[in-house]
Design a protein around this ligand. Sequence first.
Ligand code: NAD
Length: 476
Amino acid sequence: MTTSHYIAGRWVDGQGSDCISVNDPALGQPFAELMAASAEQVDQAVAAARAALPAWKCTSASERAAYLRGFAEQLGQRREALVTLQMRNNGKPRHEAEVDLDDAIATFGYYAELAEQLPGQNRDVPLAAPGFTARTRLEPVGVVGLIVPWNFPLVTSAWKLAPALAAGCTVVLKPSEVTPLCELAYGQIADTLGLPAGVLNIVNGKAETGAALSNHNGLDKLSFTGSNNVGSQVMRSAAAQCRPVTLELGGKSAILVFDDCDVDSAVQWIVAGICWNAGQMCSATSRLLVQDGIADALLPRLQAALENLRVGSPLSEEADMGPVTSQAQWLKVAGYFATAREEGLQCLVGGKVLDRGGWFVSPTLYADVPEGSRLWNEEIFGPVLCARRFASEQQAIAEANDSRFGLVATVCTTDLARAERVADALEVGHVWINSVQAVFVETSWGGTKGSGIGRELGPWGLSGYQSVKHVTRCLG
Ligand code: NAD
């Protein structure tokens, strides 16, 4: 497969120098390859988006909504192919791949509805001063670059594409080199729907292609999801051009379990919060804070639940958790296991990679991890959970907030007044009470502190692609 770039409504071969291998992590072997886009092709994609902008931003909101509904419907029609591709390239078990697809479908449907409400958002602004009228107009930001990672390829791209198109922006999307095939479905759907050429462009490639896009002076905004390291480079490019940027970055989130929780449910939430997608979630609740009174009862049950988790090929109906998605990620997790041994951490379960041919690691739990441990503080992006005990609510809040990240948190307690109080005190973008990783298109997504800038999903996701204009008229 070489025609892996969608530029100005055409499928083209990559002319860059990087060859990208597309791997099956359950086997640790490639099953496809493609050539990356060259910097010239990134130029062409940005130029195509620029050329398409004047007409696209003047389409009616209902016209754009019809395209978005078309995306939702066409994703559904490609269900089996897209689920299988995610199982094969990401290593997601079928039920997880299905959830991702349904999330992407829901996102396009939701922004179709919001797009239809847009005309009502052009409204008069009452002024205290006499002699003037004023109205607001919400306009598209313009040409937007979208750079995404590999852990939820269909979803992360949908969270950017749907609101950007709804707002009337034109886009250049760069998927991750680890999962370059999933998002090509969006180009195929654009073809099927007859989306005007240049409204959506897709360029595949590695860091070089990403940098060519984020440094490009033809963009009006860049929206990035990925690591803090690359996010900081993307922010530097945006700063050099004084251009807006949205950043969805990493996390090291806490799950706080109080004495009065329902232990069986808490164990399920803790396991899901660290083992869903083999722990490769920016929102993984990888720091377990458990209250003294329940720790001795909870930790053995958690240990048993992690030991019983079935790790295997995503193609097997039996697998609860698949492999990690890339060899680089597998080596990174293995490196943290080595660090844990050097730090002398107490490993209750796991702590090793599995010798199965593919990139499998065992679900892992370290207990009583010191605050200064690298594993307590750094994002691992694997099924590796670190636990600490706490005595009081204040201590739990302080330890949860003691992080350079601030993406999410989960609170497990049957005392709902406490749950709400703790939720209010946590320095994060999203708190789940007695649930875990429940993401709805209507609620916002994004973090505080080092977890990023801006919000996706909900109306906030749409406003990230809109610019507010006021028109003030003198009546005199
Ligand atoms: P990454 O930063 O390595 O790569 C992300 C994207 O940036 C890829 O498409 C990559 O090709 C591109 N890129 C690499 N170097 C670049 C450069 N110099 N300039 C421009 N683009 C460049 O991240 P990853 O390993 O793909 O993803 C894992 C990270 O993503 C984790 O830190 C995770 O927490 C984060 N993440 C955050 C969210 C969120 O919503 N906050 C969601 C998913 C993942």
